[in-house]
Design a binder for this molecule. Structure first.
Ligand code: MN
Length: 257
């Protein structure tokens, strides 16, 4: 099959290289990824300046067509599907260095790239390794290979992508696979305050996070216990129970105020 790969760690990141290496053994690969790290940019897109797409090479894989794009992950996917490499069978984003569990998916450029593809009518997968250091990326690449086979046999509905997180451990040590929902992460809020050489304050974003998922059937809990987690994600953030409740109650509330 024809696979478009993207990510948010940048075209020269180890995650996309290992992913391309593994998937290119059985598939035709094309890469469109940011020219520098764009983690945490979510679905942002470039609207008021031009994009540059520079042909580049993935280390060790000179035969794979690849572009370093001067934009966000969403830009990379849109530019690839619109101009550079239209009509792949599946779009795979990753392998991200670090998890995209629970509410992480709202901030993740990795997930956003796959989501953009899903919203353009393509089958799409986002793959993240729990290891920030890129330990055992081959494990996540093998899981991605299986996910490609799965989604080609079981296509998702329009707008839905598969979000996959893989522990950074040897493949043989994975406990199994859990199809599960997203948890709520609580991110540390207090920025680290420092002073620059001119005596002006600056702030480093904190990276700590806690999840309230102990014992719950959610992605963060299972991933921490050594399972691969799979969550089908859709774009619709509507709170349907609240919607129905408000459809009934809001007109009266307005009439009576
Ligand atoms: Mn990233």
């Amino acid at each position: 099959m024809k696979l478009l790969l993207s990510n948010d760690d940048g075209v020269f990141a180890s995650g996309i290289r290992v992913l391309a290496e593994t998937l290119s053994k059985t598939h035709e690969i094309f890469v469109s990824a940011p020219d520098a790290e764009r983690s945490g940019v979510s679905r942002s897109m470039t609207l008021f300046e031009p994009l540059r797409a520079k042909p580049t090479k993935i280390e060790g894989l000179p035969e794979i067509p690849a572009y370093a794009v001067s934009g966000t992950p969403v830009d990379c996917v849109r530019l690839a599907l619109g101009n550079l490499f239209p009509a792949p069978d599946i779009v795979v984003s990753g392998i991200n260095l670090g998890p995209n569990l629970g509410t992480d998916v709202l901030y993740s450029g990795t997930v956003a790239a796959a989501h953009e593809a899903a919203l353009l009518g393509y089958q799409a997968i986002a793959v993240s390794s729990l290891s920030y250091k890129g330990e055992f990326l081959e494990t996540a690449a093998r899981v991605a290979e299986i996910a490609v086979d799965y989604i080609s046999e079981h296509p998702m509905d329009f707008g839905t992508l598969l979000n996959i997180n893989v522990p950074g451990i040897p493949y043989e040590e994975l406990k199994g696979i859990k199809v599960t929902s997203t948890c709520i992460q609580q991110y540390e809020l207090e920025f680290i305050e420092r002073e620059d050489p001119l005596g002006r304050k600056y702030y480093w974003p904190p990276h700590g996070r806690t999840s309230c998922s102990d014992g719950m059937d959610v992605d963060d809990r299972w991933a921490r216990e050594g399972y691969v987690t799979v969550t089908p994600l859709m774009y619709d953030l509507t709170d349907y129970p609240r919607l129905r409740n408000m459809q009934l109650s809001l007109p009266d509330w307005i009439a009576n105020r």
